[in-house]
Design a protein around this ligand. Structure first.
Ligand code: 6PG
Length: 246
């Protein structure tokens, strides 16, 4: 895939990457608040961003951001109750949001107490209420994304249906002999973002990073290749392990 236009930053270790990611988060927040009065972010689950979220909850980042002006959305969510250990909402609430003064009404979680299809439709309505017309969703100031070893990002998995005109999808997953569900924003939403940042850590991801960034273009198999912001900035942040094959 063409990497022209993407900004690939390599850090010596996970801590350096997390520190730099927290700094980008704070800088993007401050710029958005200065220019538009609020900061709207699509957050990512997974283990990779946990240290960045923890750093944001501490000094000096905690004091650098006007948290009252942050609007938190989830790029994807697992269809489990909001208190479940696997909930992306619970994860980020516990690590970050409960430690900073974000107004409750600015926390826009996926209502996983609904069935997956209705939860996806409900979240599309939430996005519509916060839309930047002519888009039917917000033009996010920052979209945070991770990368799975199979090339997925958010909950856009290889072979998942991609109805790109919709804002959200309910996606069924097969694993460990049972089906589970996710709700995810679609590439159309991510690609309208002003700044889109992938965070990827570890040698275990080095092959897939190389395939997504430098391999053949095959977005059905490598959904992360669908992320190409139309008028925004794309930044890949990798540690040395994840960059080893690039
Ligand atoms: C999720 C994510 C998912 C994640 C990747 C990478 O809810 O799990 O949004 O897309 O970012 O699977 O996960 P790790 O950071 O745990 O490797």
């Amino acid at each position: 895939m063409a990497v022209i236009g993407s900004d690939i930053r390599v850090f010596q270790d996970p801590e350096a990457l997390s520190q730099a990611a927290a700094a980008i988060f704070a800088e993007t927040a401050n710029q958005a608040i200065a220019e538009r009065g609020e900061f709207r972010v699509a957050l990512s689950g997974g283990k990779t961003p946990e240290r960045m979220y923890a750093l944001l909850a501490q000094s000096p980042h905690r004091e650098l951001i006007d948290w009252h002006r942050l609007h938190a959305f989830w790029g994807d969510e697992r269809c489990v109750p909001p208190e479940d250990l696997h909930s992306n909402y619970r994860q980020i609430r516990d690590i970050l949001l409960s430690h900073v003064p974000v107004p409750l009404e600015n926390i826009h979680r996926v209502r996983t107490e609904l069935d997956p299809g209705p939860a996806a439709e409900d979240y599309a309505r939430v996005l519509r209420r916060n839309a930047d017309p002519p888009l039917e969703w917000p033009r996010f100031d920052l979209v945070l994304l991770g990368l799975g070893e199979d090339g997925h990002t958010a909950s856009l998995f290889p072979g998942s249906p991609m109805q790109t005109t919709r804002a959200t999808l309910a996606v069924a997953l097969q694993g460990e002999g049972r089906q589970s569900w996710r709700v995810t924003m679609t590439p159309a939403v991510f690609n309208s973002g002003r700044r889109v940042v992938f965070l990827v850590l570890g040698a275990g991801k080095s092959r897939i990073v190389a395939s997504v960034l430098h391999g053949e273009t095959k977005p059905d198999k490598l959904p992360a290749q669908r992320i190409q912001p139309e008028a925004g900035e794309l930044i890949w942040m990798l540690d040395a392990g994840a960059a080893a094959n690039s």
